[in-house]
Design a protein around this ligand. Structure first.
Ligand code: SF4
Length: 299
């Protein structure tokens, strides 16, 4: 189960591959973006039914560590529902603030990202807010490993022709050796990103990189490819009415995911899932304009 701690799309980065959409609030400022009481109330309501969950995961439409009361939320869940495990998906930026480490120390699994070591490549992919740089992120990840007893699964998003050169891969490898994550997860584009030029990496190339990392890192970390190389189109998880409503709206005029989310009163993540399946099935296509990706009927 995912908990969205910030509204769409508050983040210290504006990654070219972001599947959620263009960052609208590029910031490193922590705040109570979603009221603490609202989060706890919704959580209590959901957990009353004792759902079977692998993890309760802080993730969503932006960077969860930007929530100023994350530490209190973690403590509340650990105290009230000790049988559930907690995971945090983060772009690693806020880990550079040592004060925030205390907030997440009781989480069971942290999944931080590191896509590049070279400053120019880091900027080209992650397009961070001005105060962020990869050296500080790597240092923070090393410190995290030294102080955090839970699992760390480091995600590296690979883009062909950008961060897959031998030089950059070796820099990433060197950083990974120092960070010592339990796992390294290699990812590539699965859904349309913010920029149309970002394409999914060739699966064979991804596998070669995985094998190279596995040989170089030996037994220190498990290396895996998490990119979905063959995307299955499944509608059975979607309400068929929603698919029809989305198709109906974009057959009248091109819409962004946010347009559809507002008009249909659905969470943007739900709309994204439907859009991405329709794109994979070749029924609709996206064109990228100033306001983001616009979807229209193909043909
Ligand atoms: S850090 Fe995550 S949420 Fe933020 S822009 Fe990058 S991919 Fe999107």
């Amino acid at each position: 189960m995912g908990i969205d701690l910030v509204p769409f799309k508050v983040c210290p980065m504006n990654c070219v591959y972001c599947e959620v959409g263009e960052t609208t609030n590029l910031t490193c400022k922590t705040d109570e973006y979603v009221p603490f009481d609202e989060i706890i109330c919704e959580l209590d309501d959901y957990i009353t039914h004792n759902p079977k969950l692998d993890y309760i995961t802080f993730s969503g439409s932006g960077e969860p560590m930007l929530h100023s009361r994350l530490g209190e939320i973690v403590s509340y869940i650990k105290k009230s529902y000790p049988n559930y495990k907690l995971a945090l998906i983060t772009n690693s930026v806020l880990l550079t603030n040592p004060k925030l480490l205390h907030d997440i120390i009781d989480v069971d699994l942290i999944m931080p990202s590191l896509d590049a070591v070279s400053h120019d490549i880091f900027k080209a992919i992650n397009r961070p807010s001005i105060e962020v740089n990869p050296d500080e992120i790597i240092k923070a990840l090393i410190e995290l490993r030294e102080n955090f007893r839970g699992q760390i699964w480091l995600e590296i998003f690979l883009i062909e022709g950008v961060n897959d050169s031998d030089k950059e891969l070796n820099l990433l490898l060197e950083a990974t050796r120092k960070i010592k994550p339990d796992r390294v997860q290699l990812n590539s584009l699965d859904r349309p990103g913010v920029e149309a030029w970002v394409k999914a990496m060739n699966p064979q190339r991804l596998q070669e990189i995985r094998d190279y990392f596995a040989i170089e890192l030996g037994e220190t970390s498990t290396i895996e490819v998490i990119a979905k190389v063959q995307r299955k189109v499944e509608y059975k998880n979607f309400n068929p009415d929603v698919v029809e409503q989305v198709l109906g709206l974009i057959s009248r005029r091109p819409c962004t995911n946010l347009d559809l989310s507002k008009t249909l009163g659905l969470h943007v993540n739900e709309v994204n899932k439907v859009l991405h399946s329709l794109v994979s099935e070749n029924r609709i296509e996206a064109t990228h304009e100033d306001r983001g990706a616009f979807y229209r009927i193909k043909g």
